[in-house]
Design a protein around this ligand. Structure first.
Ligand code: GLN
Length: 555
């Protein structure tokens, strides 16, 4: 059989950043996948950082972690969630990582003593990497999102890679511009196309013209405006697709499908679709939209107060995992951000936590707000509020239990107090060296590791499996020296690494507490809308107040 030609879709952003290129790319992937096409998705970040691991999440958003331990941009999480596929390092690159490998290759004399020019060498390296990802995923179509905005310096070599590919294979390469269309006028309904026209001019300046424009606006774009962009930007009729704001990101592929985007892509790339089936996806979205109950979940952290947008981006996988599990239970979660430092200043405000149906302490680093988080754990444990600790949230639950149940006064994690008399959470031996040598990049315990679950535990009954694999990102762990004492006092370590060295899950039995569980790993990274994470499902179930009327929930 003749091998099918590989097709490339590139997604770039116009006018400004934050226009939703990630969701657009993931949604394009979804609509093609639902037509029987095997797709893979790549993210290109134009910054010099080799990966996202050393970047502050409050500035750049969450650091997503893949099975193979790659620390990458949060958009990779969107691709995994939409496509329901595990991605790998080959699906992610930055300017830093591309240069690093070209320089390494040059030092290894791989270029035969020739002078290595930025062009074409860097674009060629980029194309090679895309092809590697395609081969690895056995994909027919690769959707590659180029970060940043067209017209800026940073992504110019990536656009050059698109140009080089397109000139050689015009029928196999499609360029999609996701452009912001602002509105003026009292009601904000007069959409302005000029900024998009300028974005297209910027693409023209580097030898490209978009094939499709997704017009991102707060409202749907009218026919007149679409035609204007088509005419001014040399697009064929119908190639401007309206992409208005939506309440729920999972609606986007449905809107794209309804607008005929998949058919346009197939026509342009000369691909024959094999099926049409978005049934499961549509059912999932409907279930989310028709939720009968609302529950209130508090996410307790330290950074809160720096602006809503940043905040939500820093915890996107946690938010999405809550959404998936809530939707599956026919409910909707109202997420509130709780600043842990307030409880340090004013401990009596802890009683405000009664408002919540469940509390999550997500992953984190450093000492700010930690005592506040520990007091939150204590409050949840004593008042039987469902508590779910993710990584740091698990470690702090162990600290709290050691201090207040076992009676180890001053127990702590050595991340906070290296001199604590009871270092119940301690740095992993191999990590000490990394910190001493300031070797921070990609050196944590990262990626997927297996764990065995204790029979009959909340963890095991949730997964309905005795062996699991989950993703990690941490340097500290439960100190084996104190495990016996904690177990005797009633804490169950219901998940551990196969050799018994690492404690992966800690929980209190059901007859003691409705849900008190923490994981050393990050379950949120593996939750997907079509397969919500089992621990989130059990947590949300425990939060759903039996028979509590929605009207009683304070807004
Ligand atoms: N700071 C803790 C550690 O390094 C927890 C990390 C996390 O929550 N991701 O072990």
């Amino acid at each position: 059989m003749k091998k099918k030609k590989t097709k490339y879709i590139f997604v770039v952003g116009g006018v400004m950043s934050g226009v939703g290129k990630g969701i657009a790319s993931a949604s394009i992937g979804k609509i093609l996948q639902s037509r029987g096409i095997e797709v893979t998705a790549l993210k290109i970040d134009p910054y010099v950082n080799v990966d996202a691991g050393t970047m502050n999440p409050t500035e750049h958003g969450e650091v997503f972690v893949l099975n193979d331990g790659t620390e990458c941009d949060q958009d990779m999480g969107n691709y995994e969630r939409f496509l329901n596929r595990d991605l790998s390092q080959t699906n992610y690159m930055t300017t830093g990582s591309v240069y690093l490998s070209v320089i390494q290759r040059e030092r290894n004399l791989e270029f035969g003593g020739k002078q290595v020019e930025v062009v074409p060498r860097i674009p060629l390296e980029i194309i090679e990497r895309i092809n590697k990802a395609i081969t690895k995923a056995k994909a027919e179509v690769a959707i590659t999102e180029i970060g940043g905005t067209v017209g800026e310096y940073e992504n110019i070599l990536f656009l050059e890679a698109v140009r080089m590919l397109k000139i050689k294979n015009p029928e196999d390469v499609l360029l999609v511009l996701v452009s912001h269309v602002p509105a003026l006028g009292a009601g904000g309904n007069e959409l302005k196309t000029k900024p998009t026209q300028h974005a297209v001019r910027s693409l023209n300046a580097v030898g490209l013209n978009p094939d499709i424009i997704l017009a991102r606006a707060h409202i749907p774009m009218d026919k007149k405006r679409k035609e204007k962009i088509e005419f001014m930007c040399s697009l064929q009729k119908g190639d401007v697709i309206s992409a208005p704001n939506v309440k729920n990101i999972y609606e986007v592929p449905i809107n794209f499908e309804n607008d005929g985007l998949a058919d346009r892509i197939f026509k342009k790339l000369k691909i024959k679709p094999r099926q049409k089936d978005m049934k499961e996806w549509r059912t999932m979205v409907k279930k989310m939209q028709n939720a009968k109950k609302t529950i209130r979940i508090g996410i307790v952290g330290k950074y809160f107060g720096t602006g809503e947008f940043v905040l939500e981006d820093s915890y996107i996988s946690v938010i999405e995992a809550i959404k998936h599990a809530s939707g599956a239970h026919g409910s909707r979660s109202d997420i509130q951000w709780v600043n842990s430092e307030q409880f340090e200043k004013n401990p009596s405000s802890l009683k405000e936590l009664k408002e919540f149906d469940g509390i999550i302490v997500p992953g984190g680093f450093g000492s700010r707000g930690v005592e506040g988080k520990i007091s939150v754990v204590k409050y949840c444990r004593e008042n039987k509020i469902p508590y779910f600790g993710l990584c740091y949230g698990m470690q702090l639950a162990v600290v709290e239990f050691a201090r207040n149940v076992v009676g180890m006064k001053g127990a702590n994690t050595t991340e906070i107090n290296p001199k604590t008399p009871y270092p119940v959470i301690d740095i992993m031996p191999e990590q000490k060296k990394n910190l001493k040598e300031k070797n921070y990049g990609a050196t944590m315990r990262l990626g997927a590791y297996p764990a065995n679950l204790k029979k009959g535990s909340i963890a095991e009954t949730s997964y309905d499996m005795s062996k699991i694999s989950e993703r990690h990102r941490h340097r500290y762990e439960v100190n084996p020296l104190f495990i016996d004492k904690m177990v005797k006092a009633g804490l169950t370590f219901s998940g551990s690494s196969p050799n018994g060295e690492f404690m992966e899950i800690a929980e209190l039995p059901r007859n003691i507490h409705p849900f008190f569980l923490g994981t050393q790993f990050h379950p949120e990274l593996k939750s997907r809308p079509l397969s919500p994470h089992p621990l989130f499902l059990t947590f949300i179930k425990a939060c759903l107040p039996a028979g509590r009327p929605v009207s009683k929930i304070k807004k």
